[in-house]
Ligand binder design. Structure first.
Ligand code: 7RM
Length: 653
C-alpha cells in the first residue's frame, strides 16, 4: 500500500483475482449457508445491532437477564448490564445435562507423546476442585491470578476455575522472561501464581518455576504459588508460599457452584506489548466477550458436534483464550491441544497429529505456514489429511503464495480457508469469511461479520474510496471489545479513541477492493515514508515472497537524507538457495514489476531467521533499529528467540 502524505490516503498496487466459492456440499451443511443468508444476517444486524446481539447473547445461559443491551458512554461500553452470568458455567455445566457430558472436551498431546482426554464431565470436576483450591488460598471475587504455564489441560482448568469464582486471570506466555513476568504480575497486583516445574519445547525443558522464583523476589502482592508437576525436574519449593497442584487437589471437594457474576465482571487481563516499553493490560469482561467468542466460533469455524478442532495458538495469546478455551467450550466442541513445537521430533509433527486424531478444523498462523513451506511438502505427504474440512489463519496478513500452498498442499483444494482479522483488543474475530457463504480470495480476510461496523478512513475521519488505503476503524461498539487498559483509562482513551474522532482506531492500514473485501496492509507504526509516499510493509513483503527463492521477508525503513526513508528488506531464502548480488538485483526487479519502482528495496539483507514474537509476528521495530544503527535498544521481552538478534548483528559484519 502507499499512503499519500498530503491526503493521508493509502494507494494500493497488488492485485489478486482468483476467487474460491464454497462448494455446494459445504454450503449446504454449514451453519450459515450461502451469501444470500449472510447478507440477510448483515442487513438484520445493521438495522438493529442491539437486537441482533441480544438475540445472540440469549444463546448463553444467564442466571438473571440483563436490563440494558448496551450502555455506551464513549469510550466506555457496558454490554448486557444487570445480567448475571458465569463463563465457566456456560463452558461446562451447561453441557452436563445432555449427552455431551461424556463427549471429549479436551484431547491433549504432550510434546514427548504422552496423551490425555478429558470429557466435559471430567473437565468440570477438575475445574471445581481447582476453584476450591483457589478459595482455600483466599482468592475472592475480583482478585487477580497470574497463570504462567505450559500448554497442558491444567492451563484451561486454571482459567475456568478463576472464571468460576470471579477471579480475574492474567495468562502470561510461558516463553516470557522472569522480568516480563514480574512486571505483569505487579501491574495487575496478582495474589496467586499458577505455574509448573517446566514445559517441554523442542525436546528441552523450559524452566518455568525457576523464572517464577526470580520474579517473585519482587512481587509484594503474591502470597501463594501453585505448581503443576509436568516435567518432574528438580525445583525449589518455598515453604509457606509454594504448593503442589496435585497435593492441593486432594485437600478439597469437588462441589463448587459457579458464582453468579455481573455481565461486566472482569474475566481476564491479557498483556500486549505497546510501542513504548510498558505493556498494556487489555481488560475483557464476561457476558459480551463470551457472546462474541461463542458466536464467532460457531459461524467462522462452522463448529459441529462431530468436529475435532485444533487451534495451534498458545493459550498465552488471545487466540488461545477465545479459540482454544472459551469459544469452543461454550459450543460444546472437542478441542485438540498440543504442548510443543511443530518440528519436534521432525517437521511433520502437526500432520502426524492431524492424522492420528482425525482433526477436521485446523487454525494456525501465516508464519507457521511459511515455515511448513520451507520445510517442504514431503513432510506433509507422509500423512493422511483427509479428515480436514476447514482451514483458518490468524495473526498477520497471509501472502497469496502461502494461502495457495495452504489451500493445495494441506487442504488438497477441498477445504475453505478462513482468514480471520482481529486483535487482543477486539476479543473475537471481526473480519472473516464464513466458510459456507463467502467466496474467498487469497490474501484477504474478506468482509466484517454481521454486527461489526468497520470502515477505512483518513486521519481526519473521511471514508476512503475503493482500493484507496487508509486506517482501519470500528464505528460501533461490539460485545467483545476491550473495556479499558488495566489501571489506565487515559491511555485507553488516547491509544484507541483519540486518534480519529468518534471511532475505534485499530492501528492497521487497510484498503477495500471492488468486492468490498478488506486487505490488511500491516501496522501503521511500520509504515515507511519514501519521497512523500507512505508504503505499508505487507505488500512489499508479499511481493518478495512471491519470488520462488524467498521463504519469508520483513521490510522496514531506514532514515535517508534524500528520500526520507530507504527501504530495507530482510529476506530468508528457501532451503537450498544462497543469497548473492545477482539474487538481490533479481529481487529488486521482481518488486518493481509486482508493485512499482517506488517500492524497490534499497538494501536487501539475507538472514536465516527473522525476529518474531512468540505468536509469530515479525518484530519490525527491532529490524528498524538494526537497519538504522546495527544495535537494538528497545524492549525485547516479547521476542521468542534471542539468538536471532545475535545472528542479525553478526551478519552485519
Ligand atoms: C488475533 C491477534 C493483532 C494484529 C492486528 C493485525 C494483525 C491479526 C490478521 C492480521 C492481517 C489477519 N491478536 N493481524 N490477524 N493481519 N490479517 N487475518 O493476532 O493482538 O496479537 O494482534 O495482528 O495487525 O492488528 S494480536
Amino acid at each position: 500500500m502507499t499512503v499519500n502524505s498530503e491526503s493521508h490516503a493509502i494507494e494500493s498496487i497488488l492485485h489478486e483475482s482468483r476467487l474460491f466459492p464454497p462448494t455446494p456440499e459445504f454450503a449446504a451443511a454449514a451453519h450459515v449457508s450461502g451469501e444470500a443468508e449472510l447478507d440477510r444476517l448483515r442487513a438484520e444486524a445493521e438495522a438493529d445491532p442491539e437486537a441482533f446481539w441480544a438475540d445472540k447473547a440469549a444463546h448463553l445461559h444467564w442466571f438473571k437477564p440483563w436490563d440494558r443491551v448496551l450502555d455506551w458512554n464513549p469510550p466506555f461500553a457496558k454490554w448486557f448490564d444487570g445480567g448475571k452470568i458465569n463463563v465457566s458455567y456456560n463452558c461446562l455445566d451447561r453441557h452436563l445435562g445432555s449427552w455431551r457430558r461424556n463427549k471429549a472436551a479436551i484431547i491433549w498431546e504432550g510434546e514427548p507423546g504422552d496423551t490425555r482426554t478429558l470429557t466435559y464431565q471430567q473437565l468440570h470436576r477438575e475445574v471445581c476442585l481447582f476453584a476450591n483450591v483457589l478459595k482455600k488460598f483466599d482468592v475472592k471475587v475480583g482478585d487477580r491470578v497470574a497463570i504462567y504455564m505450559p500448554m497442558t489441560p491444567e492451563i484451561a482448568i486454571a482459567m475456568l476455575a478463576c472464571a468460576r469464582i470471579g477471579a480475574t486471570h492474567s495468562v502470561i506466555f510461558g516463553g516470557f522472561s522472569a522480568e516480563a513476568l514480574r512486571d505483569r504480575i505487579n501491574d495487575a497486583g496478582c495474589k496467586l501464581v499458577v505455574t509448573a516445574d517446566g514445559a517441554w519445547r523442542r525436546g528441552t525443558e523450559v524452566k518455568l518455576k525457576a523464572a517464577v522464583d526470580d520474579a517473585l523476589t519482587q512481587t509484594p502482592s503474591v502470597t501463594t504459588c501453585i505448581v503443576v508437576n509436568r516435567t518432574g525436574s528438580q525445583i525449589h519449593m518455598q515453604p509457606g508460599r509454594d504448593h503442589w497442584w496435585h497435593e492441593m487437589m486432594e485437600t478439597v471437594n469437588d462441589d463448587c457452584p459457579a458464582s453468579e457474576l455481573d455481565s461486566e465482571h472482569p474475566l481476564f487481563i491479557l498483556y500486549t506489548s505497546g510501542t513504548t516499553g510498558k505493556p498494556k493490560g487489555i481488560l475483557h469482561t464476561t457476558g459480551g466477550y463470551l457472546t462474541q467468542a461463542a458466536l464467532t466460533t460457531k459461524w467462522v469455524f462452522d463448529m459441529k458436534d462431530e468436529d475435532v478442532y485444533w487451534c495451534t495458538a498458545d493459550v498465552g495469546w488471545v487466540t488461545g483464550h477465545s479459540y482454544v478455551v472459551y469459544g469452543p467450550l461454550a459450543n460444546g466442541a472437542t478441542v485438540l491441544m498440543y504442548e510443543g513445537a511443530p518440528n519436534f521430533p521432525e517437521p511433520d509433527r502437526f500432520w502426524q497429529i492431524i492424522d492420528k486424531y482425525k482433526v477436521t478444523i485446523f487454525y494456525t498462523a501465516p508464519t507457521a505456514i511459511r515455515a511448513f513451506i520451507r520445510w517442504g511438502e514431503r513432510w506433509v505427504l507422509k500423512h493422511d489429511l483427509r479428515s480436514l474440512r476447514l482451514l483458518g489463519t490468524v495473526g498477520e496478513p497471509i501472502n497469496p503464495e502461502a494461502w495457495m500452498w495452504y489451500h493445495q498442499v494441506i487442504g488438497k483444494g477441498r477445504c475453505p480457508i478462513v482468514d480471520t482479522w482481529w486483535q487482543t483488543e477486539t476479543g473475537g474475530i471481526m473480519i472473516s469469511p464464513l466458510p459456507g457463504a463467502t467466496p474467498t480470495k487469497p490474501g484477504t480476510a474478506t468482509k466484517p461479520l454481521p454486527g461489526i461496523d468497520i470502515d477505512i478512513q483518513t486521519r481526519d475521519g473521511r471514508s476512503v474510496g475503493v482500493n484507496e488505503g487508509g486506517y482501519l476503524v470500528i464505528k460501533r461498539p461490539w460485545p467483545g471489545m476491550l473495556r479499558t487498559i488495566w489501571g489506565d483509562d487515559e491511555r485507553f482513551r488516547k491509544q484507541y479513541w483519540d486518534e480519529i474522532e468518534g471511532v475505534y482506531f485499530a492501528g492497521d492500514g487497510a484498503r477495500r477492493d471492488e468486492l468490498g473485501y478488506h486487505w490488511i496492509m500491516g501496522r501503521v507504526d511500520d509504515v515507511i515514508n519514501v519521497s512523500g509516499h507512505r508504503l505499508g510493509t505487507a505488500e512489499i513483503e508479499s511481493a518478495l515472497v512471491s519470488h520462488e527463492a524467498v521463504a519469508e521477508a520483513a521490510v522496514v525503513g531506514r532514515p535517508d537524507e534524500m528520500k526520507g526513508s530507504a527501504i530495507v528488506a530482510f529476506v530468508s531464502l528457501e532451503g537450498s538457495r544462497t543469497g548473492n548480488d545477482e539474487l538481490k538485483a533479481a529481487l529488486r526487479e521482481h518488486v518493481a514489476k509486482e508493485i512499482g519502482a517506488l517500492a524497490k528495496p534499497d538494501d536487501i539483507r539475507f538472514s536465516d531467521a527473522l525476529p518474531k514474537t512468540r505468536s509469530g509476528k515479525i518484530m519490525r521495530r527491532l529490524l528498524r533499529e538494526i537497519a538504522a544503527s546495527g544495535v537494538v535498544m528497545g524492549d525485547v521481552s516479547t521476542l521468542e528467540d534471542f539468538s536471532v538478534l545475535e545472528k542479525l548483528r553478526t551478519d552485519e559484519e
